[in-house]
Design a protein around this ligand. Sequence first.
Ligand code: GUN
Ligand code: ZN
Length: 376
Amino acid sequence: MNILRAAISHTPRNPFLESNALVALADGGLAIEGGKVVACGDYSAVQRTYPHADVRDLRNGYILPGFIDAHVHFPQVRILGGLGYSLLDWLEQLTLPEEACLADTAYASMLATEFVAALASHGTTTALVFGSHFAAATASLFDAAERRGLRIFSGLVLSDRSVRPELNQAPDAAYRDCKSLLDRFPRYAVTPRFALSASEAMLDVCATLLRENPRLLFTTHINENLREIEEVAKLFPWAKDYLDVYERFGLIGRNSILAHNVHASGSQLGRLAEARASIAHCPCSNAALGSGIFPMARHLEAGVRIALGTDVGGGTGFGMLKEALQAYLMQRVAAQANTLSPAQMLYLATRAGAEAFGIENETGDFEAGKSADFVY
Ligand code: GUN
Ligand code: ZN
């Protein structure tokens, strides 16, 4: 057994619901064995309980739980920094041409290695990752994550209209590719790119996959950009709003993580809360692409779960501390301004993601029995 001695902070409870949710230990001890947390508390108490453990003195720094990125795109690692666009132009001119390059499996595999190294070097240990439109490229991400020891949920990105033709797949081929990927990689997320790029037949494939495998995550984009929302309304004239498109196919529930939701009506917030779905809030991306300011106070009032995502490459980098800072900055100037506390920022960057993915008993804080995922 090892005891790591350092300043330690974590949020084992939800600081949006409870005060005193931040555990901050100025001289803390984190006892770990076999990759699991055995105890976390004041150093003197932990050392007294486990007097024979090896102590590693790390008092020059801080230990935090490994960060959890709830929304990040693996094929976009090389297009970071493309400023000056709005969502649909950015997709068409910059992003989708790069994503088409992942048809080359050797290139995709190189990007996958680069991508997981970037996550790890920023202290991210768990992430929900948008894969590639190509099955082999998506498999290379899972393989790279396994080699790097990261907990990655991902899936084949699905589209069959409104994007570059070489990224489209027929729904029956998409079904077969998803099936063979999810049989190999259990941390699988059904991942239509967004309603704009999915026909009803493709959304039906998503519904079938989730019905057949109820443990899977579901992730996509929603209500990010006003032009996107207008286009979705034209493609699905029967839908009362954007969320309704996904709801009609039975895609919204406790395992759903939807990115952005910048432009959300009260009705949609109420339905998301009722379904216990989560929003991946991506404040750097929302600012960089000019999408808008996330109405966090309205989400919290409605009781919608929120986690934090970098949205690389719409976002500005892999750092989850920077992402939490951007959330703080944007909420200061939001229409319904909101001052995030340190506990809330840390929670958003860590445990909130674990709750969104339903793995809060596995990671996200330092309660005994959890995986010893930490950043120093
Ligand atoms: N909507 C559809 N695709 C994307 C994407 O790659 N990034 C973002 N931010 N929004 C999207
Ligand atoms: Zn995204």
